[in-house]
Ligand binder design. Structure first.
Ligand code: NDP
Ligand code: MG
Length: 387
């Protein structure tokens, strides 16, 4: 029996790699749904190759283009955010890969869990903004959430066979990004293209900028807290520039287990798809002899302030991580659009965390409102900066 998979964000970096996995194991996996936001050409091309039951283009402006191009195929075409949420109810979907970027991933993920679909979670922002709602609902519905983020997949893999052994500590590894070793003064004039030059990974723009600020690691600390039910103080961040050790878990006897491999997202995507089985892969294999030295360093929290902001948010709880996430999404986009500088990013997020309306036990509606409110306030912050 083939596993029927819905891929949310199929035109992105994770989405495309997920389709490589499906292509390489077409005897095991079938694409049921593909969604894209504005890259309609790639969506059409993917739909013609993989013949899903349904495609959704969330940016409605491109609906007619997709509809026309696929009119001679037996593929349903929908448009808009609501459709991406509603198609999660389709009975033929076994698993949903959430590979959209940002807050947009939250509602379809919740709907998919509601309808009992296994989640392969790439969209870390979902856990950041609504970790409690998502994990509570998944527990209630008995739905597995399988991590795709490489660090969390490493931890998940290291926990295999350890059901009765509680986690003592988690070490999340971080490459350090393109600005590893730089100090605040060196970062004053960095450009968008400097920040987009990640040393080890080719990813979407948002996560690449998050890697440069270390916010990505902050988001991952929060993601780890919810996925593995640990306290923030049990999670340590270690800079590991080679990106070979993808993360580690320590148990109470002091033993540490890790997962290693060359950096490629196809591996954690494939593991989530085939879990608990491992499948063959054509990816290049790691050779120890090519890496005589694997190094581990302390993160520079004074220079890369976003990491501490994430700990502050998770320690505060409630909607604070949602506030932080919304401010970060606007800050990153504004940096990409050259409206603010690299060093403005943590300053603005910190301001929003001070000014946002705090709710200790937010509902989904509260989180939607928080997200909306902070996006507006962040925009005002940027406008004021230019006046
Ligand atoms: P990309 O920017 O490459 O792709 C994002 C995808 O989401 C695209 O298909 C895009 O559509 C779609 N999308 C964008 N905005 C919206 C929206 N408002 N509503 C619906 N769909 C939207 O991102 P990545 O693949 O790099 O990242 C996806 C997620 O996975 C992120 O949460 C990221 O943090 C996480 N992740 C990524 C890793 C990586 O290696 N890339 C590693 C670990 C985690 P379109 O292109 O058609 O506009
Ligand atoms: Mg990661």
């Amino acid at each position: 029996m083939k596993k029927h998979i819905a891929i949310l964000g199929s035109t992105g970096s994770i989405g495309v790699q997920a389709l490589n996995v499906v292509r390489n194991h077409s005897d095991l996996f079938e694409v049921e749904v593909l969604t894209a936001h504005s890259n309609y050409e790639k969506l059409i091309q993917q739909a013609i190759e993989f013949k899903p039951n349904t495609v959704v283009i969330t940016n409605k402006n491109y609906y007619s283009k997709v509809q026309e191009a696929l009119s001679s195929y037996d593929i349903k075409v929908f448009a808009g955010d609501k459709s991406m949420v509603d198609v999660m109810e389709m009975s033929d979907i076994d698993m949903v890969l959430t590979a959209v970027v940002g807050f947009a991933g939250l509602r379809p993920t919740l709907r998919a869990i509601e309808y009992g679909k296994t989640i392969a979670l790439a969209n870390k922002e979902t856990m950041v903004v609504a970790g409690k709602l998502v994990t509570d609902l998944a527990a209630k519905k008995n739905v597995p959430i399988l991590p795709v983020d490489s660090e969390h997949s490493a931890i998940f893999q290291s926990l295999t066979g350890e059901t009765f052994n509680p986690i003592e500590r988690i070490f999340l590894t971080a490459s350090g990004g393109p600005f590893l070793g730089r100090k605040t003064d060196d970062l004053r004039n960095v450009t968008v293209s400097d920040a987009l030059k990640h040393p080890n990974w080719v990813m979407g723009k948002k996560v690449t900028i998050d890697s440069a600020t270390l916010m990505n690691k902050g988001l991952e600390v929060i993601e780890a807290k919810w996925l593995f039910n640990v306290k923030p103080e049990q999670i340590e961040v270690v800079v590991h520039p080679q990106s070979i050790v993808h993360s580690l878990v320590e148990f109470k006897d002091g033993s540490i287990k890790a997962q290693l491999g060359l950096p490629s997202m196809e591996l954690p995507i494939q593991y989530a798809f085939s879990y608990p089985m491992r499948l063959s892969s054509m990816l290049p294999k790691f050779e120890f002899i090519n890496y005589p030295q694997l190094s581990f360093l302390q993160p520079d929290r004074d220079t890369f302030r976003c990491l501490d902001l994430a700990y502050k948010a998770i320690n505060k709880g409630g909607n604070m991580s949602c506030i932080m996430n919304a401010a970060n999404e606007i800050a990153v986009q504004s940096f990409i659009d050259e409206k603010i500088s690299f060093l403005d990013i943590p300053v603005m997020i910190n301001d929003m965390m001070d000014k946002g309306f705090f709710i200790s036990e937010p509902t989904l509606d509260d989180l939607m409102e928080t997200d909306f409110e902070i996006r507006m306030k962040s925009q005002q912050w940027i406008d004021n900066k230019h006046n």
